[in-house]
Design a protein around this ligand. Structure first.
Ligand SMILES: Cc1cc2nc3c(=O)[nH]c(=O)nc-3n(C[C@H](O)[C@H](O)[C@H](O)COP(=O)(O)O)c2cc1C
Ligand SMILES: [Mn+2]
Length: 485
């Protein structure tokens, strides 16, 4: 049985081996090969194995990279401290309940930390020591950080933020940052830069799974993701006080750095190109037309035989995150807004959110659609929200598409909202909007529900009932290769 609280990436990998498939792969190439293999595995193998790469070309045994950590939902369940034998939809529900009941717990400072097994400072710093990947054929460089956590603190309130922002390996002691507008980490840096100062920064590469998930979830400004993780774990995150920055460094990280991000007027570099999560080379300097901030690295810490976590974006047909904390957070936020009878939430990448409701009154669906594009969990980066009835499982794309095909009248049931929070990496953002730094887009809400006023007269569904399907599947399982249903 997996421990209830996973303290580090290694424990997570061991626990993941118990609930699903895994492969150890030796002698693969950090240059393109590993990235392409990870993407192909995620696309072609349902509930893909977690991949552990060792003896990577040019690197000693032990300096490993792990891929597809979250690509199978049972592993995400482990990461969230939830029972892996539940359905995806139940897991989102359980995650939302956990979010609701958790009280933030601040991190706890410890003296001894595995991350300081190896300490490298000053001129000795050489980040090429780690097998950073070049993942996509058109990438303009290697990325040390994709499955990373960037930590900085608001100079006014002291609130410590954690955000996942990728980091390009520019030089032995220089990392590049791409933080899109409105990201908390970027807003914190900007406060230092406005005062002509460099922003102190800590980053980790390879960390416990919940810390990683919280770090790429839009938790409201002012709430420290560190305290949030403590709350979800029911136990504080152990940290050490960084000797260079004074910032907290998660004690069980695989690799960590300390450094500072100087004002971009002092130093900035072209960032990317990098294959982005929508499936295009569209962000960084390509997206903005501007060089991007860097981190001058002052100190590196790492465990013996460190494991880097790869979360390079994959083409969206290859899911890197089969279940996310975001879905649970949106469910919780909808209920906090007073929206009733939400029966399902799922996000298929940030461009497609599905919310299921049991319709109670005329206008209920519209309330949900508007709430889903306004809630902090889903406000940024969206494109489509689909609202469905309770007979549709939002985690089942076939059912969602069926609802869109049969319960939407395009003229009346697709609502467009304009001027929403997007990013310059949106592939569909017109050049003139980018030039004007108008990083907004439009959204479509699909009301894929039986119209409330005549829902009882809507034609009856002809698909075999769930019970009948289960009966025949069980009866004929010995002669037909049915998956578990
Ligand atoms: C694997 C992965 C990589 C990400 N990379 C970036 C990135 O490079 N830049 C960025 O602005 N957001 C990136 N994000 C999204 C942010 O992590 C996410 O919006 C998070 O909420 C930001 O932290 P904040 O809420 O404290 O601003 C990434 C998310 C994931 C899952
Ligand atoms: Mn934040």
């Amino acid at each position: 049985m997996a421990p209830e609280v996973l303290n580090d990436l290694r424990q997570f990998i061991e626990a993941a081996k118990e609930v699903g498939d895994w492969r150890e792969i030796r002698k693969a190439d950090w240059n393109i090969e590993i990235g392409a293999l990870i993407e192909a595995t995620a696309e072609l193998i349902p509930q893909p194995p977690i991949l552990i790469f060792d003896e990577i070309r040019d690197y000693p045994a032990g300096f490993r990279v792990v891929g597809l950590a979250f690509a199978a939902y049972k592993r995400v369940a482990l990461a969230l401290g939830l029972p892996p034998d539940r359905s995806k939809l139940e897991l989102v529900r359980l995650a939302s309940r956990k979010i609701r009941s958790a009280q933030p717990i601040p991190p706890q400072e410890v003296v001894r930390a595995p991350v300081t097994e190896n300490v490298i400072t000053g001129d000795e710093v050489d980040l090429f020591k780690f097998p950073a990947l070049r993942s996509h054929e058109g990438d303009g460089g290697r990325y040390l950080g994709t499955g990373d956590v960037v930590i900085n603190a608001d100079p006014d309130s002291g609130f410590v933020n954690m955000g996942t922002y990728r980091m390009q390996l520019h030089d032995r002691n220089v990392l590049g940052l791409w933080m899109s507008p409105g990201q908390h980490g970027r807003m914190i840096c900007a406060k230092y830069w406005e005062r002509g100062k460099s922003c102190p920064i800590v980053a980790t590469f390879g960390q416990d799974p919940l810390t990683f998930m919280a770090s790429n979830t839009k938790i409201p400004w002012g709430t420290s993701e560190m305290d949030y993780v403590g709350g979800l774990r029911g136990r504080p995150l152990e940290v050490i006080k960084g000797p260079v920055t004074g910032l907290p460094i998660p004690a069980h990280a695989e690799v960590a750095i300390e450094g500072e991000a100087p004002p971009p007027t002092e130093e900035a570099r072209d960032e990317g190109p990098f294959g982005e999560w929508p499936g295009y080379y569209s962000g960084g300097t390509i997206g903005t037309g501007e060089p991007q901030p860097v981190i001058r690295v002052k100190a590196v810490y790492h465990r013996n035989d460190p494991i880097l976590e790869d979360e390079s974006p994959l083409w969206p047909g290859a899911y890197p995150m089969d279940l996310s904390l975001r879905g649970g957070l949106l469910w919780d936020q909808l209920e906090s807004m007073g929206v009733q009878d939400v029966v399902g939430v799922y996000d298929y990448s940030r461009y497609l959110w599905v919310v299921g409701i049991k319709q109670r009154y005329g206008g209920h669906a519209r309330q949900v659609g508007h709430a889903a594009i306004a809630a902090a969990a889903s406000a940024r980066d969206g494109r489509y929200v689909v609202v469905v009835d309770e007979d549709i499982d939002p985690t089942n794309l076939k059912e969602v598409l069926w609802a869109m095909m049969t319960r939407v009248d395009p003229k009346t049931d697709i609502e467009i909202v304009e001027g929403s929070w997007s990013t310059p990496l949106d592939p569909r953002m017109p050049p003139e909007k980018k030039a004007a730094r108008d990083y907004t887009n439009s959204r479509a809400i699909f009301y894929a529900l039986r119209p409330f006023a005549w829902r009882d007269n809507f034609p009856k569904v002809s698909r075999a009932s769930r019970q009948l399907r289960e009966t025949v599947v069980e009866k004929y399982r010995n002669i037909l290769p049915f998956p578990p249903i």
